[in-house]
Design a protein around this ligand. Structure first.
Ligand code: GDG
Length: 472
């Protein structure tokens, strides 16, 4: 049995420059937690970009040594790679296409060339570390070509791929001039995973129509290999959120925040700045609610956290301006001396404060226009230690397939979301408890550790099936 190599665009640490030196900030994200049980074991390793552009050879050498201690190996991206591969093809072509924002797709040939070049760069970095029979688990849309590149060089390796964002319908996929190369790249894997059944179905349909490869119950027979495609909905570290909500530290923060906010019902909205998250639509729905329900003025406010993201991409800069304008208008229309309808923060918060926001809010408004899974809604549910609270969730989030006890909404239906806010505010305690409890049962059972286990067990199963077929 060989070792396991995890590969993702970003490493689970971020490199920061500080006073001419660098330092590593560990990521507390769900993926890093879930995969921690894998890459920290034995000879295993995580390969990816540590963030930032490091041009100095001496600094690079130091970084390699420090990361080695953390069981990681870096792939260094130049500022040109960052601009063309990361901001360009990944975030201006694949991201909008896969989230159904076709109007934002940039069809730039030089960005595609950079995408191929950087996927090769990752491949080279892996080849330096990999043995022929290793297991390599590649993550997400920045590395769609990597599975086949690896397969060409390591034909006997076990290669898996998981996509964290949606996979679009064939009609969108066919718009991309590089559709064949992208699908062939993914098909280098033995197991290809998505969050939902629909993503899986779209992928199988695109592979059938574009590559001419049919499937039987999620098994594709390519020229010389059996490939399995399935859905594996990702979970969270449930106990971390549930425990934190009950901790003294979080309770102290809640007390402090509540004193500042007064006795109001709180609606929570948390996202990275992204057009796929439906932030302006959500603000407009809240505006609609306030205009139709004046009796709730001074009694309800929204805490809106927007975490800065992709600040170099034009559509994100425009989105930020749109949100600023909308919030400014609503607050100036409705505010009184002792009430602000939207408390708007354009930054991220430390975990304890995030946990406090989850635990003290009465309602979470999670209304993306399209989302692979969405972990925020699961984290909110896990943090409801007293089983009170209501989740309003978009049908377009992968999580809606599991969290059927949320109030499900179409995020484009402004009046519908506005009505859902009213419904949530008047939902009886008993009903809230029953719904939260049932959702907690689901996400506690399928937490991020279970997600990793189920995926890895399936990978084993696929390899055995391939072996059985070959030895027949
Ligand atoms: C991609 C897919 C899929 C947010 N604000 C703060 C903070 N966060 C953390 C949350 C949560 C994470 O960021 C956001 O995760 P999401 O899943 O909601 O969204 P994406 O970043 O778009 O992730 C998505 C995911 O991959 C996993 O496969 O679910 O569909 O788009 O964990 O807690 N964390 C802290 N402070 C904040 O202010 N500490």
């Amino acid at each position: 049995m060989g070792k396991t190599i995890i590969v993702s665009n970003r490493l689970p640490v971020s490199l920061r420059h500080k006073n001419g030196k660098f330092e590593f900030k560990p990521s507390a994200g769900g993926l890093a937690t879930g995969l921690g049980s894998i890459y920290k074991e034995g000879e295993n390793i995580w390969i990816g970009w540590p963030g930032n552009d490091v041009a100095d050879a001496e600094q690079r050498a130091e970084i390699i040594i420090e990361l080695h201690e953390l069981k990681m190996a870096p792939v260094f991206l130049t500022s040109r790679d960052i601009e063309q591969f990361y901001e360009g093809f990944s975030n201006e072509t694949l991201w909008p296409a896969f989230h159904y924002f076709t109007q934002y797709i940039n069809y730039d040939e030089s960005h595609w060339e950079a995408y191929v070049r950087v996927n090769e760069k990752f491949c080279e970095a892996i080849l330096k570390k990999a043995d022929p029979d290793d297991t390599i688990w590649v993550h997400d849309y920045q590395l769609l070509l990597l599975p086949q590149m690896l397969r060409d060089r390591l034909p006997n390796a076990t290669i898996a791929f998981f996509q964290h964002i949606p996979f679009p319908s064939y009609e969108i996929m066919r718009m991309l001039p590089w559709r064949k190369e992208i699908l062939s790249g993914m098909c280098g894997a033995d197991l290809i995973g998505f969050h939902t059944y629909d993503d899986m179905r779209h992928f199988l349909s695109a592979v059938g129509r574009i590559l001419g490869l049919s499937n039987e119950s999620g098994y594709i027979q390519s020229e010389n290999r059996l490939i399995n495609v399935d859905s594996f909905p990702m979970g969270i570290d449930y106990n971390k959120f549930a425990k934190s909500a009950k901790s003294k530290k979080t309770k102290d923060v809640v007390k402090k925040f509540k004193e500042l906010l007064g006795n109001q019902k709180l609606l929570l909205s948390i996202d990275r700045l992204d057009y796929s998250k439906g932030i302006p639509q959500r603000i407009k729905a809240f505006d609609d609610f306030l205009s139709k329900n004046p009796e709730y003025h001074e009694k309800v406010s929204m805490i809106m956290i927007v975490v800065p993201s992709r600040a170099g991409v034009k559509s994100y800069i425009e989105l930020k301006e749109e949100i600023d304008t909308l919030v400014g208008r609503i607050n100036s229309d409705y505010s009184t001396l002792n009430w602000v309808p939207i408390h708007y923060f354009y930054r991220s918060f430390p975990f304890e404060e995030l946990s406090a926001f989850y635990s003290m809010s009465d309602i979470a408004l999670v209304t993306p226009l399209r989302d692979g899974m969405n972990l925020v809604c699961k984290e909110f549910v896990a943090s409801k230690s007293e089983n009170n609270g209501v989740l309003i969730l978009s049908e377009m989030a992968g999580a809606s397939k599991e969290l059927q006890d949320a109030i499900l909404v179409n995020p484009n239906n402004l009046a519908g979301v506005s009505d859902a806010i009213k419904q949530a505010l008047t939902l009886e305690k008993k009903e809230q408890n029953a719904r939260i409890k049932s959702m907690q049962d689901t996400i506690q059972r399928y937490d991020v550790f279970q997600w990793v286990k189920v995926f890895m067990d399936r990978l084993d199963h696929v390899k055995k099936r391939q072996y059985d077929l070959q030895s027949k």
